[in-house]
Ligand binder design. Structure first.
Ligand SMILES: Cc1cc2nc3c(=O)[nH]c(=O)nc-3n(C[C@H](O)[C@H](O)[C@H](O)COP(=O)(O)OP(=O)(O)OC[C@H]3O[C@@H](n4cnc5c(N)ncnc54)[C@H](O)[C@@H]3O)c2cc1C
Length: 402
């Protein structure tokens, strides 16, 4: 069994929001982008500097609890509203959405599968942003093939003792708490039956001993948000931090949020595709060659025509998947198509925008090069686009037997 065939779990679907309330929230996001984010993007992106002030403001706006239930202090937003927020922010700076996005996937795993005691202990602190973190699944030898992970948890009295290394973990340095996927039965066959998911908090003190941060990656893009290794060396964790307090459910708990995760990545792709289009549209009408704006040349119009269409199609596919999710429908194929198409649209639109900018695309004085560097990540995260196409095809064939 792999991610493609994992059962689909939809425990938090069915949330709704009043249209006026949604409009007010989106308006607040726009004002925040204008006031706080746009003026500092280049500073943080070029210097790979953690945006501490923006993180505090995100917490004040409730973004760390955006999809967490209101009973735990979150905003309880539906997937459609959340997707619109992610699109807007990503159209100016995609990377900062990763600070609350990975955190919310961790929270969703706990909200879906945790015990009542675990939920009331952790979720209010996740929602306020007092505790922030992410998802620790990938290992040096295991990304797509998650069932090949080697991190092991061994039961010892009221604790488990965990040893292993996670890699490429978003928020690893600046977050403290992670949904940590391990093997509790490395010999299990099928392999997924031996996997379990913990809530692991590395904050200083006895509880965090044996849980440290390793190498931080120098990346092409997705700057300012840290991606690093997490190292577990005989890390002792209380057994009541095993999500659901049942062994063997970790694979499904970790991949059960895939639909929402794919909608999130799709929304980031839409933002990048729309942002690239916005920049290229302005530039093409300002820059002149042969006595007229380059937007008047047919070669540029061909590009703009394709870019507008891609951005629109990516948005429609993403909203279609988010609406299906909010209705409570099974939508793994829709979410997969949205993720695949929107991430490719981001790459293609940012490349076309680079061509429209000509030589200036290569200058760090302009924003467009950041979109070019950031967009490729969307094709990798939350299931590579190679896997995505195979998942879509398998489901299509299953639904259309001869
Ligand atoms: C910036 C960044 C942030 C990240 N953040 C996180 C995070 O917060 N938490 C986390 O757990 N992980 C994170 N990751 C890891 C990410 O999820 C993995 O990189 C991704 O799952 C791919 O795994 P891999 O890199 O090991 O590639 P591999 O699995 O080695 O794949 C390599 C290539 O082979 C293809 N391939 C693999 N298997 C098959 C197959 N069966 N059939 C066809 N093609 C196949 C893939 O599509 C890909 O093209 C992050 C990665 C990056 C770059």
């Amino acid at each position: 069994m792999n991610v493609a065939t994992a059962p689909v779990l939809m425990a938090d679907q069915g949330r709704t929001i009043d249209p006026d309330e949604e409009a007010a929230f989106l308006d607040a996001i726009d004002r925040w982008l204008e006031r706080s984010v746009i003026p500092v993007v280049m500073h943080h992106d070029h210097g790979d500097i953690w945006p501490a002030k923006l993180v505090d403001e995100m917490a004040e706006m409730g973004l760390f609890g955006a999809t967490i239930g209101q009973e735990y202090g979150g905003l309880g937003l539906p997937a459609t509203t959340y997707a619109k927020i992610v699109m807007r922010i990503s159209s100016y700076w995609m990377a900062i959405t990763g600070i609350f996005n990975s955190h919310l996937i961790m929270a969703a795993a706990l909200e879906r599968f945790g015990t009542p005691a675990q939920k009331s202990k952790w979720l209010p602190k996740f929602a306020s942003g007092e505790i922030r973190g992410g998802l620790a699944l990938t290992e040096p030898n295991a990304g797509t093939d998650l069932q090949a992970i080697r991190t092991v948890a061994v039961r010892d009295g009221d604790d488990y003792v965990i040893t292993g290394t996670k890699t490429w973990i978003s928020n690893a340095l600046n977050g403290s708490c992670f949904a940590l996927l391990v093997k509790t039965d490395p010999a299990a066959n099928p392999r997924y039956q031996g996997m379990s998911l913990f809530i692991a908090d590395k904050r200083a003190g006895e509880a965090g001993a044996g849980f440290t941060t390793g190498k931080k990656f120098e990346k092409l893009g997705y700057k300012a948000i840290d991606s690093a290794e997490l190292i577990f060396d005989n890390y002792r964790i209380p057994a009541d931090q095993l999500i659901g307090e049942v062994e063997g459910q970790g694979f499904f708990q970790a991949t059960g949020g895939l639909e929402l995760g794919r909608i999130n990545v799709a929304a980031r792709g839409v933002g990048l595709a729309e942002g690239s289009l916005r920049l290229a549209t302005t530039y093409a009408q300002q820059r002149e060659t042969m006595g007229k704006p380059i937007a008047q040349h047919q070669a540029i119009q061909l590009k703009l025509g394709e870019m507008v269409t891609r951005a629109r199609a990516a948005r429609l596919l993403t909203m279609d998947a988010a609406e299906a999710y909010d209705r409570g429908d099974r939508c793994d194929m829709e979410a997969g198509m949205a993720k695949f198409f929107a991430s490719e649209a981001a790459v293609e639109n940012s490349q076309d925008a680079m061509r429209i900018y000509g030589g200036y695309s290569y200058s760090k004085e302009y924003d467009i090069e950041r979109y070019y560097r950031d967009s490729m990540l969307m094709c990798i995260g939350e299931g590579t686009n190679e896997m995505q196409r195979m998942i879509i095809a398998k489901q299509w064939l299953k639904a259309n037997p001869i």
